[in-house]
Ligand binder design. Sequence first.
Ligand SMILES: Cc1ncc(COP(=O)(O)O)c(C=O)c1O
Length: 437
Amino acid sequence: MRNTPINYEIVKEKINSSGLKPDISSSTIREIVRLVNEIQEATGEKYVRMEMGVPGLPTPEILLEAGKNALKSSVTSKYPMIEGDADLKKETAKFVKLFMNLNVEAKHCIPAVGSMQSAMALFLTVNRTCIDRNKILFLDPGFPVQKQQCHVLGIDYETFDVYNFRGEKLKDKIESYLKTGNFSSIIFSNPNNPSWISFTERELKIIGELATKYETVVLEDLAYFGMDFRNDYSVPGQAPYQPSVANYTNNYVIMLSSSKVFSFAGQRLGLMVVSPNLFDKSFEGLRRNFKKDTFGYALIYGSLYTLSAGVNHSSQKAMAEMLKQVNEGNYNFIEGVKEYAERAKTMKQLFLENGFKIVYDKDEDQPIADGFYFTFSYDGLSGDELLEELLYYGISAISLKITGSERTEGMRACVSQVLPEQFKTLEERLKRFKEDH
Ligand SMILES: Cc1ncc(COP(=O)(O)O)c(C=O)c1O
């Protein structure tokens, strides 16, 4: 029996009975969560848990108060409007002006039940705009559930790992897909889940210009809005602004999420910001599935209506109040989550000191930011081996394999659940790992 920080026999038995082998690196996030819960229960040992991207900070008081007040105001018996609460829509348009320097109207800002639902509604709509354009292009690595959504919807997609196509190289690579004329849309997240790379202005310009040239809609997933902490995006109405492809094309939809930067994941509130141009654009193909052929109408009264008939009032009212405070400069929404960068900095250092490498480490020639996620690998170990080995050392993370990354030897670490009190334990376990490998 091997001598490992967590009881070897128990961990081995739990892994073997989980049904996740031999291809353990293909496990979903929730499968790893279940396995680690079982091991923790059986061994009584606490893991350094880095597998799930759950916010690890409390929800700001402004959201809690406004949400409670909304619940008390007897809204709960009424259906919400599908297009969203008027105050929330108004404040979102202001937010987009103040923090992105983009001009949109309230009607272009539409709430959904998390960005998860925004993506579902968008896939349903965008892929029906033109008869020939029935594929989605993922600029990977990416958030695994979005591909699962495509599978569930029966939507075709193609993907490539941007690792080897940064800077100018991105142009030819994306164009090689778009020139087939089969792509309705391109999707990416910025900063990126799982790698925490951020596209540079040059890259966003390439994506935007190609989207215009090939009439492809860009779905820009800003689930981690403002969280590239290398720049301060927190001052209303002042540069620097959150970078966006919207500066380079009129064919965009931005997906905002309240989950991470506002620590509001449990209340499930996302916001779509549809480019004014796209909102009113007619697409012949939409007539097949929707009553009207304009994009905005099909998205709201077609797709969104069938998914949940609106978003609960109290989350919308809470977010409307939060955005109002943020827009008026009364609350700095980024300051509170900078904590994640501090954690990432220390944790990356601990990994590097103990023989690990950071897989995605650069934005063109700049080191990537410290933030919610980072990626790592260990020379000589495959993704399957590394994921399993770490479990014997009380450390859990997910494999990059499920994110569309070609760097299948790599893992994604999420820093949000690891409290600074656990750094000592992490260091000891990583040291042991290094000694034994
Ligand atoms: C890139 C990305 N998009 C979307 C989501 C889902 O966000 P929401 O909680 O708003 O549904 C996540 C959550 O982890 C994410 O990482």
